[in-house]
Design a protein around this ligand. Structure first.
Ligand code: F6R
Length: 364
């Protein structure tokens, strides 16, 4: 049941510190303190290229992983939406690895894409939250997320568990390929180990996020912007908001604003800026200033350092704990979930069962 929560979605958002921890422990060797995947029967040192395929929120998990695989494991990684991948004639390399990400493990397009990749000679890994699902049975290897049953149609805890699992897979791949030093691996692993407690801190800030929801609920359109792994989180924020509150929302790479979408901005448009203090902070910051110069109502998500930088300029700030930039997307996923949730509650929509949507999309 929902326990003391008014909706499954809120319960599942609040379960994240626990289930992220469970997923992490399944990839962790307590004796050595190192990331240790279950045996995969796939030689991660021998793969030439990675293709990540999924739908919806799971696709945005794939997008975060693309940035990680490239930067940390120094391997080329392509991403694709399953319904596109399955009908495209992508040339796939003989030593390619294809990774399919799905909460349900049953999404028809992702399943068809998996079969397509197998026929094309790819090694396949399924990352699923339902271990007895069709994708889990058909892939060469399975990495289960331990999010527990997800009832709310909008994916929340399954997404952050996918991210933490993918982060571990990236580190294991980097190690197998000799792409990472022991010291760097230890830094990133420590950053991952902190995620459950940092996620709990993020949830402690829920009241401040809820206080902003009334403003967002008034809007007709909402923009989300971010760079690097903040870009898929911007897309995820927009997806969550539109599917449960029915407010039109778009996510953009912050650097793309001036190539069109900035024309939408006036003083009725909230712009959610995903801006952890990382190497690209200044770039995102200047995109935010461009938004403010046009009257846009900026809601700025950053850590104490980033928020101090902005002073009183923004309409509002959401302060998150400071974390290593590698794990920032996992933490920043949570406030965008909470914001969408509180806006939907104000709008009076059916949060757990949004109109026109199904939890598991088993038809094309
Ligand atoms: C959005 C959402 C959907 C799913 C998508 C894929 O909140 O839940 O976009 O992520 O339908 O579902 P799975 O992961 O089961 O393949």
């Amino acid at each position: 049941g929902k326990g003391n929560y008014p909706h499954f979605m809120l319960k599942e958002i609040y379960e994240q510190p626990g289930v992220i921890g469970d997923t992490l422990r399944s990839m962790w060797n307590p004796a050595s303190g190192a990331i240790d995947l279950p045996p995969l029967d796939i030689d991660l040192a021998a793969i030439s290229r990675i293709t990540l395929v999924a739908c919806g929120t799971s696709y945005l998990g794939a997008m975060v992983a693309k940035y990680w695989f490239e930067k940390v494991a120094r391997i080329a990684a392509d991403i694709d939406i399953a319904s596109e991948f399955r009908y495209r004639d992508t040339p796939l390399e003989a030593d390619g690895l294809a990774i399919f990400i799905s909460q349900s493990g049953e999404t028809i397009d992702t399943l068809a894409a998996l079969r397509h990749a197998k026929e094309a000679g790819q090694k396949t890994i399924a990352i699923v939250n339902v271990p007895e699902s069709t994708m889990a049975r058909e892939a060469d290897a399975v990495l289960p997320t331990l999010a527990g049953p997800e009832i709310g149609v909008a994916s929340t805890k399954a997404f952050t568990c996918q991210l933490v699992l993918l982060a571990c897979l990236v580190i294991a791949t980097a190690r197998a390929r000799g792409a990472i030093s022991g010291a760097e691996e230890a830094r990133l692993s420590n950053a991952i180990a902190e995620v459950p407690s940092r996620a709990a801190e993020v949830l402690n800030g829920d009241e401040a996020i809820q206080a902003l929801a009334a403003e967002v609920a008034e809007a007709r359109d909402v923009l989300y912007i971010g760079r690097n792994t903040g870009y898929p989180i911007a897309l995820e924020g927009a997806l969550k908001l539109k599917e449960i509150s029915y407010i039109h929302a778009e996510g953009y790479a912050a650097g793309e604003l001036k190539h069109g979408p900035i024309a939408l901005i006036d003083d009725t448009v909230p712009v959610i800026v995903v801006a952890p203090s990382d190497a690209l902070f200044e770039k995102t910051f200047s995109n935010m200033q461009e938004v403010m110069a046009r009257g846009g109502k900026v809601i700025f998500m950053s850590d104490a350092k980033g928020c101090a930088h902005i002073g009183k300029e923004a309409f509002a700030t959401i302060e998150l704990p400071h974390v290593h930039p590698f794990v920032a997307p996992i933490l920043y996923a949570i406030p965008v979930q909470l914001l969408a949730y509180h806006v939907a509650v104000i709008k009076g929509t059916d949060v757990d069962q949004p109109r026109n949507l199904a939890k598991s999309v088993t038809v094309e």
